[in-house]
Ligand binder design. Structure first.
Ligand code: MG
Length: 337
């Protein structure tokens, strides 16, 4: 097998602001794994706060020698080898995992949701994310998001109630809220969550800093809405540790090294009685279509990263009337690849 890769920079349609930062571009690295004339496609996306960059990913990938493996189906051996090269570099690892899954699916002539035995009719609607912004821009973005059945609102600013009230003047759609660790006090957070429930908010993502474990566990127990870990969960080994801290987990391929580990996280979370959502970074349709293969198993999907960029080199998973539609294209479901 031969691995090739190239750095690429995603241009965002709007400046994207969350509780901790603001940006207009996202670096990604696009990967390909070729075997017997078939090519699998993968991607690493590196929003700056996660500590990976074009340099760290290409450096990591330069150390990955897939020529020692002759059988792409030996996922366990190959991905264990990749994981052991360095401790972190989770997005770089995901770019190999996704390309390998795409390759294997193409060799089998089947998409991964079918290989896993999932029913594609059970995919949820995706949320569409509205970043922290001025009242005027929030109004514009909500109007632009008319097709989406559920919006994800970034909170954690000083104007949280004002932002929600502005949106409620325009639409009564259900809302998901992501505070990105922005609320520091548990009583303040609970008070706000009770108010948000009255406003038809249906879930809360990472309300408080991930280090405030006891406060988060207290909040989850008292909260009328499910509380999901995002910054507070990265990989499979984290899930068991937080089972009493949050109601659910937000799985992202770039955090957990890819589809193989994401699938294991879903199985574990399900067995622990935890809720599951799947999320993304700003990504092309490559990584988004890969994540969408898992969408039939999740309660909430936040797979809008490709919709926020101007220069997507791929097409794959489609959103129709807000719902995730999986094609029968093999592998990760890319079109014309
Ligand atoms: Mg989040």
């Amino acid at each position: 097998m031969k691995l090739t890769y190239k750095p690429y920079t995603l241009e965002l349609k709007h400046t994207f602001t969350i509780a901790t930062n603001s940006r207009t571009t996202t670096p990604v690295v696009l990967t390909q794994i070729e075997h017997d004339g078939i090519i699998g496609y993968g991607e690493a996306s590196m929003p700056p706060y996660l500590g990976e960059s074009h340099e760290t990913v290409t450096k990591f990938l330069s150390r990955v020698n897939l020529e020692q493996f002759n059988d792409p189906f030996q996922l366990d051996d190959i991905l264990t080898y990749v994981d052991q090269i360095e401790e972190k570099n989770t997005a770089a690892k995901a770019s190999v995992d996704i390309a390998l899954h795409d390759l294997i699916g193409k060799m089998l002539g089947q998409p991964w949701f079918k290989i896993w035995g999932f029913n594609k009719e059970t995919t949820p609607s995706t949320t569409f994310t509205i970043g922290i912004d001025t009242e005027e821009i929030i109004r514009t973005k909500v109007a632009e998001a008319e097709e989406y059945k559920i919006l994800k609102i970034k909170l954690g600013s000083d104007d949280d109630r004002k932002i929600i009230s502005t949106i409620r003047q325009i639409t009564d759609k259900p809302l998901a809220v992501d505070a990105n660790q922005g609320w520091k006090n548990k009583e303040f957070a609970l008070d706000l969550i009770n108010w948000l429930k009255e406003k038809n908010v249906v879930m809360i993502e990472q309300p408080m800093p991930k280090e405030q474990i006891d406060d988060l566990a207290w909040l989850t127990e008292k909260s009328p809405l499910p509380i999901f870990a995002d910054e507070g969960v990265q990989r499979l080994s984290d899930v068991q540790k937080i089972k009493d801290v949050y109601s659910g987990i937000n799985i992202k391929l770039m955090k957990c090294t890819g589809l193989r580990e994401a699938h294991k996280m879903i199985n574990l979370a399900e067995s622990l009685g935890m809720k599951i959502m799947i999320g993304c970074m700003t990504e092309t349709s490559c990584a988004i279509s890969a994540a969408a293969q898992l969408a039939p198993k999740v309660e909430f999907a936040d797979l809008d990263g490709n919709l926020l960029i101007k220069n997507d080199p791929y097409s794959g998973m489609k959103i129709i009337d807000g719902k995730i539609i999986l094609s029968n294209n093999p592998g990760i479901g890319l079109l014309n690849q």
